[in-house]
Each structure stands twice: as C-alpha cells, then as structure tokens.
Design a binder for this molecule. Structure first.
Ligand SMILES: NC(=[NH2+])NCCC[C@H](N)C(=O)O
Length: 473
C-alpha cells in the first residue's frame, strides 16, 4: 500500500499529456505545520497550481490542499493515515515491500583485487552495494550480486611474488603467512613456480575476502575471474561479438568513440595479451545473459573508466541494456577485519553508509561507538531497541510519526529508483527521532503506533542489511 505513490500517479495523470514529468516529486514536508506533503507538480508542468488544488480537494485521502507559490501543499486525511498505520502494524518488517515486478538486476560491488583482506574503502563499497541490492530486492527486483576478481594482470603476479618472499623467509607479512604456509614449492625457475603459486595465492586471498564479506553479511552470487575469462576463450568471444557487430577496428580496437567515449579502446596489447578493459568487456557480456540492467559500484578512482564500460555495454547489447556506474569515495581507516571485529557488522554498515557516497570519508571508529545523537548508528539502533519494548501506554502516533510511517513504501521505492540506499538511512533517522519524541511524551505511544513504527524501522533496517534488535518484530 503505497499511499504517496498512489497520490503521485493521480497528480501526474491530472497534468497535460506529452510532458516529461520525471522531475515531479511528492515529498514529506520537513514540518507538518504547512501540510504533510508537498509537490512541485505544477511548477514542473508549468500549469496553474489552482487546477491541482481543486482536483486534490476532491480526493478522499486528502483533507486540504493549498498553493504556495508554484508548490502545492497537502494535508492527508486522518482516515488515510490511520489506514496506513494499521496495514504497517499488520505487515511488520514486510511493510512497504513490492511484489516481484521489477526487471532482474546484476550488481557488481566490493571487487578488490585478490588481497589478503579488504580495505576500509572496499568495505564501504560493500556496504553501499549490498544495501542497494537489498533495497532493489525490497522493491521487487531479482538481484544477482557479482564480484569481479582481477587476477589476470600484474597485481596477481605481485601477490605471488610477495608470497614467495615470505615462503623463502626473505620478508615477513602476517597477512600472507597463512597463504605462504601451504604454498606449492615449484622449484627455482620463475617460469616454473609463478603460475602455480599465483593460483594458490589468489585462492587463499579470495578465501579471506569471502570470509570477511560473510562476516559483514554479504553473500555474493557469482565470482567472475578475469584470468579464466582471458584463458578460457570468453574474451575472444566477446571481441568476436563486437567485431561481428562492426564495432572493432584493426582486429582488436573497440570503437568506443561511437558510443560517447573520447576515443577507441584497445582490447589487446602489442605482445598479444588482453587488456584489463578486454576482461571487463567479457565480464559484462557474461552478466548481460539474463540481465538488461547492470549496476557497477566502483571506487571514485574509476571515474575515467565510466565511458568505456558504458560504451561496451551499449555495443554488446545493441542498445538494449543499461549500465549504471555508482562511484563510492575512499574510506580512510583500519582494515575491514579490524572494523568488523571492533564494531560488528551492523554498526559498521550504518557508519559507512552515513556520509554521502561519493565523498571521501575518514572512518571514525570512536565516533561509531559513541553514545551521541550525532552518531547515526546509535540513534537508529537505540530507537529500534526502544520500539521493541512493549509498553502499556495509550497515546496514539503523533502526526509527524504517522506521516513518516505512511511514507515509507514510497521512500523505499524512491531509494530503489534513485539507486541510493542513503535515502533509506535518512528515513530511519527520521523515524528514530519521531518515535523517541512520541515515546517520551507523558502519555507515551500506544501499541498500534509502536508496532507500526517498529514495522517501518525493521523494514528499513532490512534494506540496509542491518539486523534488527531481537524484539523489533
Ligand atoms: N569490473 C571491474 N573492473 N571492477 C572493478 C575492480 C576494482 C579493482 N579490482 C580495485 O580493487 O579497485
């Protein structure tokens, strides 16, 4: 039951046809003094707000509509709010889910090079990617979580050489010690030892990465290995596909410039080896089997890579598929293992998701553990815990809280459509604040209101991959 979504589609249908209405929004007003909701529909459509006001005034879900400049403010009817709260309380953590009606999505995230353990930055990408995946699932999409293992190039050789150093006692590295311990010997000749040691080191490193992802609550559906694509013929097949479609020059140069990139991109080096980009072309081609919607969550250091990847997906799919690149800024902080050990996965997720995704962050371990209103993890989790306590008090949900609860299905839909899980976190902070205000009144919050708020909280936490406190329902 998406109350705001339903009102919004009525609004859209009241506007003149043939306009681009993508920018039309219906949002919860920051305070309820001017109405509960506000829309820019008349502004976007360039129509007289009075027309919308007249139409909305006839809607049984709306008590009052008024124009404010070009904006229109609305006040919901008590019956509509009560109804939404009842459904929320009944649905619990499923409040706001959509049945499966979205297209399947393939999302790649957290794809660190094989390395013994993730960095804070990759953990941040994991928090963002997995929360986005869950938010899309909540909105009805089937989601495939993908990890691209860059084991085909120089980094994997470097890893193997580092392990060799530990193996021979030339260096020490506690992170590599367990990998070196059972590494194959392979003899003295690098041509003999490099390949088997590399394979061993990649396996060992990926075991560590997997177990950290698991501890974080991330379950990948598929690991795509660059080397396997290159050596197993998938890269050659992808290049042949592009060639057959007429997008390859001189046998190995992809005409990315035809698809909005600044220049053509080589897929093969002088010495005959495939380029890093060629591996990615094959990986995206694989992901296009069964998906027309691809999302890559990459570090902001990949910004320059955007055009050529997008060009490849357009060319491979004949324009039928889209690639959405979401860039996540670096996190300066201790390794993922230390963050997870100190904070646990739930607080770590909330702390990593709090800053805007593209902005670099300094991970503040002490701040994430702090009991402070300014700590989003504490604010959300402590409010969630309080909502789990059954009280015998009798006050109904105050209007701002009722409104936040009723808006959740629409907020969840917007977060999925905008591919921004931080919208969910903002909503949870809002629910937390308004719930605490309601519970702190002398009359407290009655059980129906408490259950509806708890439902909203539990549903939002599930989108972020944060486990609810035990009693939240
Ligand atoms: N399909 C891709 N190229 N994914 C990005 C890989 C990111 C790279 N391995 C890193 O650690 O930064």
């Amino acid at each position: 039951m998406d109350l705001l979504g339903a009102i919004l589609s009525d609004l859209r249908s009241a506007l003149p046809e043939g306009l681009n209405l993508d920018a039309v929004v219906l949002r919860k007003a920051p305070t309820t003094s001017q109405g509960d909701l506000a829309t820019n529909a008349a502004l976007v459509a360039g129509t007289d707000p009075a027309v919308l006001v007249r139409r909305l005034s006839k809607d049984f879900r709306i008590d009052r509509a008024s124009a404010a400049g070009g904006f229109v403010n609305l006040r919901l009817s008590k019956a509509a709010l009560d109804d939404a709260l009842k459904v929320a309380a009944d649905m619990g953590p499923d409040w706001g889910t959509a049945g499966d009606r979205g297209e399947p999505v393939s999302i790649e995230f957290a794809s660190a090079y094989p390395t013994p353990g993730l960095s804070a930055s990759h953990l941040r990408q994991a928090a963002f990617g997995d929360a986005l995946a869950r938010t899309l699932e909540f909105a009805g999409h089937a989601v495939t979580r993908e990890y691209y293992v860059g084991d085909g190039g120089a980094q994997a050789d470097t890893l193997a050489r580092a392990v060799r150093g530990v193996q021979e006692g030339r260096t020490t590295d506690p992170a590599l010690a367990p990998i070196a311990a059972d590494a194959p010997d392979g003899g003295d000749d690098e041509d003999g030892w490099l390949a088997p040691l590399r394979a061993h080191a990649v396996r060992g490193a990926m075991r560590m990465v997997r177990s950290e992802l698991e501890a974080f609550g991330v379950r990948m559906d598929r690991f795509i290995f660059e080397r396997a694509l290159m050596e197993g013929g998938a890269v050659a097949a992808a290049v042949a596909d592009l060639d057959a479609a007429g997008h390859v020059r001189d046998g190995y140069i992809f005409a990315a410039d035809r698809f909005g990139d600044e220049r053509a991109r080589p897929m093969r080096l002088e010495d005959g080896r495939w380029t890093y980009f060629a591996g990615d072309v094959a990986a995206h081609r694989l992901r296009l089997e069964g998906h027309r919607t691809l999302i890559d969550v990459l570090g902001t250091d990949h910004a320059a890579y955007r055009r050529r990847l997008t060009a490849a997906v357009t060319a491979l799919s004949g324009g039928a598929a889209t690639l959405d690149l979401r860039l996540v800024g670096p996190a300066d902080g201790p390794p993922a293992a230390e963050i997870l050990e100190t904070l646990g996965p739930d607080i770590a997720r909330l702390a990593l998701l709090a800053p805007r995704a593209e902005v670099p962050m300094t991970f503040d371990m002490a701040g994430a553990r702090g009991v402070a209103w300014g700590n989003p993890a504490w604010r959300v989790l402590s409010a969630a815990a309080r909502l789990g306590e059954v009280g015998a008090n009798g006050g109904g949900a105050p209007r701002p809280l009722a409104l936040a609860i009723a808006s959740w299905p629409h907020v969840a839909r917007c977060a999925a459509a905008e591919r921004n899980p931080r919208i969910v976190l903002s909503h949870l902070l809002d629910i937390a604040e308004r719930s605490i205000a309601a519970l702190d009144r002398p009359e407290g919050l009655d059980d129906a209101g408490r259950r509806a708020a708890a439902a909203s909280m539990a549903a939002g936490l599930s989108c972020l991959g944060v486990r609810p406190p035990p009693d939240l329902g």
